[in-house]
Ligand binder design. Structure first.
Ligand SMILES: Nc1nc2c(ncn2[C@@H]2O[C@H](COP(=O)(O)OP(=O)(O)OP(=O)(O)O)[C@@H](O)[C@H]2O)c(=O)[nH]1
Length: 352
């Protein structure tokens, strides 16, 4: 990493990090951000980090946007150095105005900010803010369940944010949405909160960004960022004190918050019956809270990209010429991987 700080012209590349728990709606928001950016004539690039071995979210994004992907780990620990290399490469090869980074749903936000700000020593880029997408239904249920690793990680992602997007408000009542908003304000009093349904808000998402591109950031936005940086400094000190900077030994009270999250990647060797597969999704244990993949069915003409996030599933037909291979990715907490794989293999052999 020997690039000069001013290699890429005068204006710094603006970097935004999208965080939020698994399945909260980050890719959905990113799609809207990209559409909006394109309409404004900005050059954009995307860096996607997936905990699994395949980048299915990338399938959902416009093909004309330069994209780098970091797979099989989480930016905040195992692939932190790769993040730097990929960011530099995107900057050098495409000279975008904005780079959006979508982190895995289990990334520690402060570690992410650390990784990005480190790169700004080598390239002229500026971390403008952390946008956290919060699944209203999921957070509400977690709050009712009480303390747990997932709730702690969600809280960290909320605390580090400079803008909070409260997603899936269509799945909760108005009273429940207000209950979640009150919790968000308590954990992060300085971030603006915006309700969002399938990536749509009443206003232009791009004007809400912290220190929005081409728009002066509001005082509240700046406070949000300062808030993040303040915590970040504190966090670094904790690291130095423990002498373990690179391996995600996050902090004293919350070591490796996401160690408990497992990913199972299965490549089917035969198509599934659609009804059996839908039943498989419906009957997933609650410890598997995210699934996605590409499937071929014995009884439909189209292949599908499917999403399962917190009990809801979605199937999108794939273009016939899409070369991606069939794959099923399951993400969850300490679930029985052998049993899940067995169930999937059984689905492959199930016929009329
Ligand atoms: N009902 C409802 N569904 C939503 C909303 N936003 C996103 N979804 C759905 O939730 C699922 C997950 O959305 P994604 O945007 O892929 O979530 P993500 O945070 O990128 O997921 P990971 O990358 O796996 O962490 C998809 O099926 C979306 O269509 C929303 O506001 N309301």
């Amino acid at each position: 990493m020997r690039a000069q700080a001013n290699d890429y012209g005068d204006k710094p590349i603006q970097v935004y990090v999208l965080s939020g728990y698994l399945g909260s709606g980050k890719t959905t928001v990113l799609q809207k951000l990209l559409e909006g950016s394109k309409a404004k004539g900005w050059r954009t690039a995307v860096l996607m980090n997936e905990a699994g071995d395949v980048n299915l979210d990338g399938e959902l994004l416009a093909k004309d946007v330069p994209m780098a992907e970091l797979l099989g780990g989480c930016i905040c620990c195992s692939v932190k150095n790769d993040l730097g290399v990929s960011l530099l490469q995107l900057a050098r090869d495409h000279r975008p105005d904005v780079i959006w980074i979508e982190s895995t749903g289990v990334a520690q936000p402060l570690e992410m900010m650390d990784a990005v700000t480190e790169v700004s020593m080598y390239a002229k880029l500026e971390l403008r803010g952390l946008i956290t997408v919060v699944d209203a239904r999921h957070l509400l249920d977690r709050l009712r369940l009480g303390a747990g690793k997932t709730l702690r990680l969600m809280r960290e992602q909320i605390r580090g944010a400079s803008l909070l997007l409260l997603s899936k408000t269509d799945l909760v009542g108005p009273g429940e949405a207000e209950e979640v908003r009150a919790q968000l304000r308590e954990w992060n009093p300085s971030a603006a909160i915006e309700d969002i349904v399938k990536g749509e808000t009443g206003t232009d998402l791009l004007t809400m960004l912290p220190g929005a591109v081409g728009v002066g950031g509001s005082r509240q936005d700046r406070q949000g960022l300062e808030n993040g940086h303040h915590d970040h400094d504190r966090h670094n000190q904790v690291h130095r004190a423990h002498g373990n900077h690179d391996h995600g030994n996050h902090d004293h009270e919350s070591p490796r918050l996401h160690d408990h999250v497992h990913v199972l990647t299965h490549y089917p060797s035969a198509p599934f019956r659609s009804d059996s597969f839908e039943r498989f999704l419906r009957e997933l244990p609650s410890s598997v809270y995210r699934a996605k993949g590409i499937v071929t069915f014995t009884d439909t003409a189209a292949r599908y990209l499917f999403q399962f996030a917190y009990r809801e599933s979605d199937f999108m037909p794939l273009a016939a010429q899409n070369p991606a291979r069939d794959v099923v990715v399951l993400i969850g907490e300490d679930f029985n991987e052998a049993d899940m794989r067995k169930r999937l293999v059984r689905l492959e052999t199930m016929r009329e």
